[in-house]
Design a protein around this ligand. Structure first.
Ligand code: C2O
Length: 342
């Protein structure tokens, strides 16, 4: 049986979560570009250390803000432009590509594609930002929503190019984040919200995630009827929950963060996904680095991204499982939820 991959000649109009038509394809079809297979960065290249957004200093924030501003100024023809970066997410999330050798749509949520796809997406985004600022040590911030100081929208996302108007006004700083938000306000005070969040994290990372599929998501197979629709614990919440919580209640689909097609237009998306990715590394460590799946259909599934040189690259899931080979890391941080067994 074959693995999942997009057919690049098929980019077409797709549907938002509420079934409204959206179009997020590149101006020139990616199928007309040359493609190379992914190569690991040199083992001697600098390690990019991702740190919690709330601990970053002004110098870092100013550099990051400037690089995002540059991305926003690039024209849509450029694969590094902010809108093209955001539309990678739209393309793969709303099913703008058919699968290779099939007329079925390819979608990367609600299954075992979730963690690897997003790891790849932010890996390239980070390297492009580094290139724009001329700093090959640049690392994305992560939104540390699993620890009390991070349970609020990080301050850096209120200014300049990192600011986004389309967010729920009631959830701006200093409102404590409800990491299990489901369209209804919890009404809890800060302290109660925090302890509820910590107990919830324990469930999503430990007690509710003992089997691989519960955490990683179900086994989505290529071809018609292959879609399994079984998201992992973390994908449902805090992942989906915080997308919804951040997005604006004034918009029909809580855009930007609240809808797949528009989510990556909010710069906080990348910090949110850095923490999602970090949770994957933590879960894997907690289970002794045992492989997630050894199924070749998963390992050989691939997606395409433009790298920092604007070259289109084919990346297989097997390429991104050992993230130390990707030359980034997460700064060691407390995991307060590990002791929050309810
Ligand atoms: Cu592809 Cu956070 O969603």
């Amino acid at each position: 049986r074959s693995s999942l991959a997009p057919n690049l000649t098929t980019c077409h109009r797709s549907l938002s979560d509420a079934d409204r038509p959206v179009y997020c394809c590149p101006p020139k079809p990616a199928s007309e570009e040359s493609v190379i297979d992914f190569q690991f960065p040199s083992p001697s290249s600098p390690l990019r250390i991702r740190r919690p957004a709330h601990l970053l200093d002004e110098e870092y924030i100013a550099k990051y803000e400037m690089a995002v501003a540059k991305m926003k100024q690039l024209s849509y023809d450029h694969p590094h432009s902010f809108m093209r970066q955001a539309n990678i997410h739209c393309i793969y999330c709303t099913g703008a590509y058919n699968q290779e050798n099939s007329t079925s749509l390819l979608k990367i949520h609600r299954s075992w594609l979730f963690f690897p796809f997003h790891r790849m997406m932010i890996y390239f985004h980070e390297r492009i930002l580094g290139k724009l600022m001329g700093d090959d040590t640049f690392a994305l911030p992560y939104w540390n929503w699993d620890a009390p100081p991070g349970m609020v929208i990080p301050a850096m996302y209120s200014n300049g190019s990192l600011r986004e108007e389309q967010r729920d006004r009631a959830h701006l700083r200093p409102q404590a984040a409800d990491i299990d938000f489901d369209y209804v306000e919890s009404g809890l005070g800060r302290e109660e919200q925090i302890s509820k969040n910590l107990a919830f994290m324990y469930h999503q990372m430990v007690s509710g995630a003992k089997k691989t599929e519960l955490f990683m998501g179900c086994k989505y197979r290529a071809g018609e009827d292959g879609f399994c629709d079984g998201p992992g614990t973390i994908e449902l919440a805090p992942h989906n929950a915080l997308h919804t919580w951040v997005g604006s209640d004034l918009n029909p689909e809580r855009e930007n963060m609240g809808a797949f097609y528009s989510a990556a237009r909010d710069p906080i998306f990348y910090a949110h996904h850095a923490n999602i990715d970090r949770m994957w590394t933590v879960w894997k460590k907690l289970r002794g680095h045992e492989p997630e799946y050894v199924d070749p259909e998963w390992l050989n599934s691939y997606f395409y991204f433009h790298d920092e040189n604007a070259q289109l690259v084919r990346v297989r899931i097997r390429d991104v499982l050992d993230f130390s080979k990707l030359r980034y890391a997460y700064e060691e941080a407390d995991l307060p939820w590990l002791n929050a067994r309810p």
